[in-house]
Design a protein around this ligand. Structure first.
Ligand SMILES: [Zn+2]
Length: 1042
């Protein structure tokens, strides 16, 4: 019997847990391994039926004459080879436990005067009795071991450069100059400077090896010879030839830790330096000043305390650090770790059975960001770490790296503090006072002159595409936002359209109107007039506007149904190769012609099967092309607007490996789905105007002894651990897994630093640096106390996506469940002194089972639903690419009662009063028919209105006289002149403003088809195919107490 429920699968069971470090194996599609050889031979050019004649309705025709083909890209179709994980089985697994039928599992619907919302029949526990027998039939108890990683283990603290970077050019450095983009107080003090003018006058050859630049070895050519301190200020800084500090200094038990900077009391003169070394005693004392609330030490029996969900948004745990260190620490919204107390050995980490990793949102829009312009960016000479708040100053002239412990000299220039205008205060420099900071990078950080912003738009104009009406929306949105595209006078723009042929548009300045050029040879695509196709936006703005106005009408009569997406992408790639930039591709169907053509492979009958297939790409064409793009600094963003299966698993590779984004609008139609039109418009507005970084690379460093091995997100790992990001955008999140390679017993603090080197849309080379500092602990109990359950859940979700692809969906589901079982078993056996009955969890993990259950019911991992394959793949893309906060909202939405909003506890922002209703558990028990409830699921807001909802809410908020008059589709609230309306709208607007995408609001009546979606998110209730929260807890308890 195949049973709905949690980890239903026979045989191969998996553990998502443990082995945090055991890195092995080769590339999966997500780990950026080398492109595998095509397994299948070419499947191109199925149809030769394209028509090289020009449709008569095209306004500007140039005969599609094949000139000399530039070159043909030969790409073979084929399957992506995926190396299945091999080491996740444990023999001798016991079967899952006995049935839980003795426990009543029906959600206890609240009785009383207010009628309850009935579940739909299929979801009504009473109507769908739990199948008898165990609820996990046939499944074996999965191994607590081996969430294995198919990634090569790498440490990233290796020295990369042995000689110093040398400054050239600037001689005006008596006062280092700073500029702040955010902090007004800094702005007042800093002087805007144009120090970095010294770009290489090189060719436009695109170098791929940014490794050397970020690593710092690029200019490692000449030895410093300048002995004159005043001169050395102007030309860089001198390093005496010190060996690395950790080689000739004692173990860092006393000095290798970050020093609370406020305890360093530097006088302002260069002489009287007094150091307050931070000894073990000091640290011990600081440790005892637990930042943990006493509540955090509680042990909870989840079977007794079922409602552990806080009524306010869950806050990340505060690392147990001395407050002087913690106040300088990186904001957890930008950078957080699954364990805020780092286990000192891998053995201890293995014991805890919790994953160790980082979650990053490195390019998030920030209100305050100190920006430093200085000719000297101070970095560790050995490991290239940027100086940061957690280094220690041995004296005024030397600082010790907090990652590799090397002792470095303080450069002369750094002795001057531009904030205080005082000499001899290196520790008060902004670089040492801010865990998040941005540097204006001098020319050594460039392999070529910074590229101009280049935007290329590629539009599907087949019959199907025109039918959806999307082109109108997109062109209008582009017209509206043309002047808001991030850029400068160098901004370039271009357009390509395609159906069975490829159409280019000459926008050369001086033309009276845009000229269309059609290339019908899709076997060997070439670029006609390449110099006129990507044009300067300023110079050709009128032509661009002209084109955007006429484009939607040009294809209205088209009968062409074929889609040559692959050849169009090849053409676009060739066009952008010389510069790099952003390619925005709009596609509405399965590509059918030329390279990259795909075949439908979704079988609706198998949607509900846990053994989901086709999560892997059916061809490596898109991955290969993405890697080519990445090499030329081109990122591809895919907008998929399709009602049919479009094989997002294959198409999505074009964005994943080129560091692009995927947007998906299922069933987009300009008339049938006005909500989608609204969503596309809002999201395009954000997309077109948000900040963008070009030709970027990111590296994450960590303290010696720790090792980073598996990366999650959209990018390509170019060299060992350097993430290649042709574009970086403020809405992208990343995750990495780590292990403890060497014992950290001599260390009390460890640090992590991410450095993102990018070219701004203004043509500046910049480096954004975040540094996070965490304590090292030696006991299991401390590890558990510091666990960050949201970060853990987020990292597990990323790992589970990989597992779904490399093994199977059911494997991934098993592994998620095992993650809970294993860690709580470890806690029970090792950290709990007295063995109580029940399901005992540390306070920090009180929501762990709930979040994992929510993940199992999330679109990515759910079974027994009618989720379409593309929707599942899209959900998986989102898991990989979203910052943690949105991933958690998608997984475990927030539920509020909103028919009785009050100003009690409201917050005030810019004279607006925003109510803060409590967050409710996701259970129908919390609903009542006389109320209205808002569910915030991240990208969608659902307002369910009970049948007996009070008249006040109906008239004062919805603007209707009675329930029957609520429109069947209502996606906006009227702005009424009532306090109730103002409160509700203020609350919803506030929720929307906090995220970069636009959540659609659905007002849902009882009969609405959307009600099923609303109920689907009721994570704590049982559904046809998934356990209730209580059942899940019982299952976990059984396994833990074995
Ligand atoms: Zn170092």
């Amino acid at each position: 019997m195949s049973q709905p429920g949690i980890p239903a699968s026979g045989g191969a069971s998996t553990g998502l847990q443990a082995q945090n470090g055991a890195a092995s194996a080769s590339g999966s599609p997500y780990t950026n391994g080398p492109v595998q050889n095509a397994l299948m031979s070419s499947q191109v050019s199925v149809s030769q039926g394209y028509n090289s004649q020009l449709p008569g309705s095209y306004p500007h025709l140039i005969p599609a004459k094949t000139l000399n083909p530039v070159s043909g890209q030969s790409n073979s179709g084929g399957s992506q080879t995926v190396s299945p994980l091999s080491n996740y089985q444990r023999p001798g697994q016991a079967p899952y436990g006995p049935p839980v039928a003795s426990h009543p599992v029906t959600p206890s619907l609240r009785s009383g005067p207010s009628p309850q919302m009935p579940l739909p029949t299929s979801q009504n526990p009473a109507a769908t009795p739990m199948p008898s027998g165990s609820f996990l039939p046939g499944a074996s108890v999965p191994s607590p071991s081996n969430w294995q990683y198919n990634y090569l283990s790498q440490t990233n603290h290796c020295p990369r450069a042995s000689s110093q970077p040398t400054m050239t050019g600037n001689t005006n450095l008596m006062s280092p100059q700073y500029v702040s983009s955010g902090d007004s107080s800094l702005q007042n003090n800093f002087i805007k400077s144009g120090i970095i003018s010294n770009t290489n006058n090189g060719s436009m050859v695109v170098h791929n090896n940014y490794d050397e630049i970020e690593g710092g070895g690029f200019l490692a050519t000449s030895q410093p010879t300048n002995k004159n301190p005043t001169m050395s200020r102007s030309v860089g800084y001198s390093y005496p030839s010190l060996p690395p500090g950790y080689q000739n200094t004692p173990p860092p038990s006393t000095t290798g830790t970050g020093i609370p900077l406020s305890s360093l009391n530097y006088p302002s003169g260069p002489q009287a330096f007094t150091q307050t070394p931070l000894g073990a005693n000091h640290l011990t004392a600081s440790m005892s000043g637990l930042s943990l609330h006493p509540e955090g030490l509680r042990v909870i029996n989840l079977l007794q305390e079922r409602n552990m969900l806080p009524s306010t948004p869950l806050q990340p745990p505060v690392p147990n650090l001395h407050e002087d260190i913690q106040k300088l620490n990186c904001n957890p919204e930008l950078f957080r770790c699954t364990l805020t107390s780092i286990p000192q050995t891998q053995a201890l980490l293995n014991k805890a059975k919790l994953p160790l990793g980082l979650l990053l949102h490195p390019f998030k829009d920030l209100v305050q960001l100190p920006v430093v312009t200085s000719s000297t960016i101070v970095r560790c000479r050995s490991c290239r770490t940027y100086i940061n708040p957690f280094v220690s100053f041995l004296d005024q002239r030397r600082w010790k790296c907090n990652l590799c412990y090397r002792v470095n000299d303080v450069p002369e220039e750094f002795m001057y503090n531009p904030l205080t205008r005082v000499y001899g205060e290196p520790h008060r420099r902004p670089e040492v006072q801010n865990a998040t900071i941005e540097f204006m990078a001098p020319s050594e950080y460039m392999l070529r002159p910074p590229q101009p912003p280049v935007y290329l738009f590629v539009f599907d104009v087949s019959h199907n595409a025109i039918e959806t009406g999307y082109l109108n929306s997109v062109c209008q949105s582009l017209l509206d936002n043309l002047d808001l595209l991030p850029g400068n006078t160098r901004t370039k723009i271009g357009f390509i359209t395609f159906d069975s042929t490829i159409h280019f548009y000459s926008l050369q300045e001086g033309l009276s109107q845009p000229q269309m050029l059609i290339v019908s040879d899709i076997e060997d695509v070439f670029i006609p007039m390449p110099e006129n196709l990507l044009v300067n936006l300023n110079e050709s703005k009128e032509l661009v506007q002209d084109l955007l106005k006429t484009l939607p009408q040009m294809f209205t009569k088209t009968l062409e149904t074929q889609s040559a997406l692959g050849p169009a992408l090849q053409a676009a790639f060739k066009l952008m190769s010389p510069t790099g930039g952003r390619m925005s591709v709009f596609q509405t169907q399965l590509p059918t012609l030329g390279v990259g053509a795909l075949k439908p492979r979704e079988e609706p009958s198998q949607r509900s099967s846990a053994k989901e297939i086709h999560l892997t790409p059916s061809t490596d064409f898109y991955k290969k092309l993405a890697l080519d793009c990445s090499g030329q600094q081109v990122a591809v963003d895919l907008f998929l607007l399709s009602g049919q299966y479009s094989d997002l698993a294959s198409l999505g590779c074009i964005s994943r490996y080129s560091a692009g984004s995927v947007y998906y609008y299922p069933s987009y139609h300009h008339q049938h789905s006005p909500v989608q039109v609204q969503k596309l418009q809002k999201e395009l507005q954000r997309y077109l105007t948000r900040k963008i970084g070009f030709e970027a690379v990111m590296r994450i460093r960590c303290t010696k002894g720790l090792s980073i091995h598996t990366f999650h997100g959209n990018f390509f790992v170019r060299s060992t651990d350097l993430l290649s990001l042709p574009n970086v955008n403020p809405d992208a999140g990343y995750a990495v897994q780590m292990s403890v390679e060497e014992s950290l017993t001599d260390t009390q603090l460890v640090s992590f630093q991410s450095a993102l080197l990018y070219t701004s849309s203004k043509g500046e080379r910049r480096i954004r640096v975040h540094t996070l500092c965490l304590p090292v602990v030696s006991t299991l109990n401390e590890v558990f106390l510091g666990a960050d359950v949201q970060a853990i859940s987020g990292l597990l979700a990323n790992m589970a996506v990989d597992r779904s692809v490399t093994a199977s969906l059911s494997d991934a589901r098993d592994a998620l469940v095992n993650a809970v079982i294993d860690s709580l078993s470890a806690y029970r056996s090792s950290a709990l002194s007295n063995q109580q009955s029940g399901l005992m969890v540390p306070f920090s993990l009180r929501l762990f089972p709930l979040f994992v259950l929510a993940l199992l019911k999330q679109k990515s991992f759910q079974t027994g639903t009618n989720a379409r394959l593309d929707e599942r793949i899209f959900a998986m893309c989102q898991v990989k690419n979203q910052p943690l906060v949105y991933l958690m909202l998608t997984t475990h939405p927030s539920l509020y009662r909103v028919d009785n909003l009050s100003d009690e506890g409201a917050i005030s922002i810019n004279d607006r009063t925003i109510p803060q209703p409590p967050i409710l558990q996701l259970s129908v028990e919390k609903l009542s028919r006389d109320g209205a409830f808002l569910m915030d699921a991240g990208s969608v807001l659902m307002l369910w209105v009970g049948r007996n909802c009070g008249q006040n809410f109906l008239s004062q908020v919805l603007g209707v006289e009675n329930y029957a008059l609520i429109p069947q589709t209502m996606t906006d609230l009227p702005e009424l002149d009532t306090p109730e309306s103002a409160r509700t709208i203020a609350f919803i607007s506030w929720l929307r403003e906090q995220r970069p995408f636009y959540p659609i609001l659905y007002v849902i009546r009882d009969e609405s088809p959307m009600k099923a979606n609303f109920l689907q998110n009721m994570v704590e209730d049982r559904t046809e195919s998934a356990l209730s929260y209580y059942e899940f807890l019982l299952h976990i308890q059984q396994q833990v107490n074995k």
